[in-house]
Ligand binder design. Structure first.
Ligand SMILES: C[S@@+](CC[C@H](N)C(=O)[O-])C[C@H]1O[C@@H](n2cnc3c(N)ncnc32)[C@H](O)[C@@H]1O
Ligand code: SF4
Length: 321
């Protein structure tokens, strides 16, 4: 076991805490503005559990994506999570992340890591520090591919081998827990450790009650953990934190603890078509769009709208949890 605060490959993990959070909008009483940017609605996979919604319009083109980056920098954004769909499908991804990082922003890339080639890996690593939050649904192919489709795990393993040799990349796998992988907690943490990951995050499987979501409701209903299993998972995670202090083990929405929501205040969501919303689930009508406004103007407009009131209650998720 290596020392507290240092991962097996020598990376400093002291800034990563073991924490239990409600969702990415309730996570951090953060210093500075953060953006969750769904950079594309396209995906190369069709995961059985995915809360992705059917595409509504076109992704922002490169020119507007890059000018939006400049506007986010000017607006004082500190951290940005680039997600999708699958961000690696965007040919301009390297250019976008390089521009963000050259301005000193912390960038997290959420990816399934099934489509990365050596040139892209090098390109992504060259512009400085990059956090890669990749999906890991099981410690071996059968479990992972049950969710993601045949061959996804083999491609992920190849991508991790490529990325883990790059000093500027920090690997932070994210595992959505359901009945299919609940018994594999220990192995998933051990797998993350052998890959030199700085953290591993276990998330509850969300049931988002919307006809726009692509995953079949019956699948999510059948695979979701019940209260007893979630408590058992949290107990085992507490033990794993003691056993493996060299990796941060985080959870999302497994604990019932209330955390104030920062949606629309210190965290905002940008959808693939350029609409700015308080969070992934809260869609403003009429929309606020970066096709008509600059990012700063969109933030001002957002501040004038009424939404989550900063409580621990989320009227979108709590209906179904
Ligand atoms: C929507 S994906 C986008 C990034 C990338 N395509 C990937 O799979 O990592 C972001 C994360 O959301 C997770 N996710 C998808 N559907 C979910 C659900 N119903 N409940 C909880 N997490 C979910 C995925 O497993 C993934 O870790
Ligand atoms: S979880 Fe990620 S890879 Fe899977 S379908 Fe959803 S967006 Fe695509």
């Amino acid at each position: 076991m290596s020392g507290m605060g240092v991962s097996p490959n020598g990376r400093d993990i002291s800034l990563l805490r073991n924490e239990d959070v409600g969702c990415c909008y309730r996570a951090i009483a953060s210093s500075g503005l953060r953006v969750v940017w769904e950079i594309t609605s396209s995906c190369n996979l069709a995961c059985r559990h995915c809360f992705r919604t059917a595409p509504e319009g076109h992704d922002l083109d490169t020119a507007r994506a890059l000018s939006l980056v400049d506007e986010m920098i000017a607006a004082g954004v500190r951290k940005i999570a680039i997600t999708g769909g699958e961000p690696l499908l965007r040919p301009d991804l390297t250019e976008i992340t390089a521009r963000l990082r050259s301005a000193g922003l912390l960038v997290k890339l959420a990816s399934n890591l099934t489509m990365i080639d050596p040139d892209t890996a090098r390109g992504l690593s060259e512009a400085g520090y990059l956090e890669v939050g990749f999906s890991l649904d099981g410690p071996e192919a059968t479990t992972h591919d049950y969710i993601r489709g045949h061959g996804a795990y083999a491609r992920l393993v190849a991508a991790v081998a490529m990325l883990s040799s790059l000093q500027t990349v920090q690997l932070n796998p994210v595992c959505v827990l359901g009945k299919f992988n609940f018994a594999r907690l220990d192995e998933i943490v051990e797998k993350a450790l052998t890959w030199g990951a700085a953290s591993v995050t276990f998330s509850d499987l969300f049931l988002i009650d919307s006809p726009r979501v692509l995953a079949p409701r019956e699948f999510v209903m059948a695979e979701r953990l019940d209260t007893h299993a979630r408590e058992a998972a949290l107990t085992r995670i507490a033990e794993l934190r003691r056993l493996y202090p060299e990796i941060a083990i985080r959870t999302v929405a497994l604990s019932d603890e209330s955390v104030a929501c920062s949606a629309g205040t210190s965290v905002v969501h940008v959808d693939p078509t350029g609409r700015v919303n308080p969070c992934t689930l809260y869609h403003l009508d009429p929309p606020i769009s970066v096709h008509e406004l600059t990012f700063s103007e969109a933030l001002t407009e957002l501040a004038g709208r009424v939404f989550c009131e900063g409580t621990s209650l989320c009227r979108y998720l709590d209906q179904t949890w």
